[in-house]
Design a protein around this ligand. Structure first.
Ligand code: NAP
Length: 290
């Protein structure tokens, strides 16, 4: 298929690479054009704007946040200025309010939004092992399925309203944050009492907690392997703020969310923007004097 791909960061580069490997014709665009070079060397064509990347009828985007998606859709040379309106497959983790606005704008312009945020870090993206939460019009979803098959191991359909997939992703990321917080607190207690983190990880993941989320993040915490970041702390903070916005709008108290958010914020204040968000475990350890 002819497909555009916009946003070549940690996730986007790996995902676009897998679309190429699966034999699709991929036209790529990134704000910082140099990041497109490896993909162009691998056979992609370089688009001069998001609108040009969208010319094939389907464009995927994988961008940092609401502001980045706004710039790439509504800005000069943006997707909405494409001559014929495409299906926009938005993979980024964005807010619910913004997803609703985006969905309305695409429909009004004669195109369509498919929201398809993903679960899995850059290593999973590289291995085409992402989990995809997708929602949108059934015919648009059906057209996108071969693309999802090229980048992920499983697609979950959340219905025909695109923002439902964004809500699912925010719920999932809240849970990931709370798992990191919970693992960090448990490992800090164990460590203080003399059980090494690696031993705790072996027991937990070898017994009741044998799930990818405990294995992946538990391993990072056990090894203090927070750099280079796979998912940066500012993106984690962005997600916790988006969960908070949705929870406020829907009147759902989420007390654990505040704990996770504060630890991510402390982490950025102390260690800067480039650290992995799971280093919030260091804040938990620090509070215990470790
Ligand atoms: P990243 O490496 O920081 O890449 C961000 C991308 O957004 C870059 O292509 C960047 O362009 C672009 N961008 C930022 N601001 C922009 C703007 N104003 N206008 C145009 N482009 C802009 O982030 P990532 O880790 O790939 O994450 C991308 C999305 O996936 C985020 O929504 C994140 O929450 C989500 N996600 C990440 C992971 C993960 O583990 N990393 C997992 C699942 C979902 P430049 O290159 O020019 O800066």
């Amino acid at each position: 298929m002819k497909i555009g791909f916009v946003g070549l960061g940690r996730m986007g580069t790996a995902i676009a690479g897998n679309l190429l490997k699966a034999g699709h014709e991929v036209s790529v665009w990134n704000r910082s054009a140099d990041k497109a070079e490896p993909l162009v060397a691998a056979g992609a064509t370089l688009a001069t704007s998001p609108a040009e990347a969208a010319a094939g009828g389907i464009v995927m985007s994988m961008l940092a946040d609401d502001h980045a998606v706004e710039a790439v859709v509504f800005g000069e040379g943006g997707i909405l200025s494409a001559r014929s309106q495409p299906i926009h497959v938005s993979l980024s983790t964005i807010g619910l309010r913004f997803a609703e606005r985006l969905s309305g704008a695409h429909a009004e312009a004669g195109g369509a939004l498919v929201s398809a945020p993903v679960f899995g870090r850059p290593a999973a993206a590289e291995a085409a092992q992402l989990f995809i939460a997708a929602a949108g019009a059934p015919d648009a979803l059906a057209r996108c399925q071969p693309l999802f098959d090229a980048i992920g191991q499983k697609t979950f359909i959340l219905g025909d309203s695109a923002p439902m997939a964004n809500l699912m992703k925010l719920c999932g990321n809240f849970l990931i944050g709370s798992v990191i917080e919970g693992m960090a607190e448990a490992m800090t207690l164990g460590q203080r009492g003399g059980i090494p983190k690696a031993k705790m990880l072996e027991v937990l993941t070898g017994s009741l907690f044998d799930a990818p989320i405990y294995r992946v993040y538990g391993d990072i915490i056990a090894r203090d392997a927070y750099s280079p970041a796979g998912f940066t702390a500012p993106l984690g903070l962005k997600d916790m703020n988006l969960v908070s916005e949705a929870a406020n709008d829907m009147r759902v108290p989420m007390p654990v969310l505040a704990v996770v958010r504060n630890h991510v914020l402390s982490l950025i204040a102390r260690e800067g923007e480039e650290v992995d968000w799971s280093a919030l475990a260091r804040m938990v350890e620090g509070e215990a004097g470790i």
